[in-house]
Design a protein around this ligand. Structure first.
Ligand code: CO
Length: 134
């Protein structure tokens, strides 16, 4: 069911500092920041040959990642995103297997304009998993 690793998301307390680490220290191909008010985040992409790293910083007052940053003031890995061909079929299989889908269970349009779902970390080895239909 799962296909390519689409991205690994890392929440950071300082986007400019994190961009500098990825650009200057690690030599990565780092994008400019993009504000996504509807998602409550500002993102920077690090484009790697085989996947992406998504640096996330809270945008606005009720950012879904604000709490994460409070608990992890230095930042940290937030989620991993796997590609699926059919997100509804994937969801239905996961639910049938007893996995928990976060929120309403209906896919939302994610940060890349494609349908996404998030899966409960306790069902997936302690890792928040995002599925994205590509
Ligand atoms: Co993501």
């Amino acid at each position: 069911m799962i296909g390519k690793l689409n991205h690994v998301a890392i929440v950071v307390p300082d986007l400019a500092a994190a961009s500098a680490v990825y650009r200057d220290t690690l030599g990565g191909d780092v994008s400019d920041p993009h504000d996504l008010p509807e998602h409550g985040v500002t993102t920077v992409f690090v484009n790697l040959p085989n996947t992406k790293i998504e640096l996330l910083h809270p945008f606005g007052d009720d950012s879904p990642i604000a709490k994460f940053l409070q608990s992890n003031p230095s930042g940290g890995m937030h989620h991993i995103c796997y590609e699926v061909d059919n997100i509804i079929a994937a969801r239905d299989k996961l639910l049938a297997d007893g996995a928990r889908v976060l929120g309403s269970g209906e896919p939302k349009i994610g940060a890349h304009g494609k349908p996404v779902l998030f899966l409960h970390p306790k069902d997936f080895c302690g890792t928040l998993v995002e599925l994205e239909q590509v």
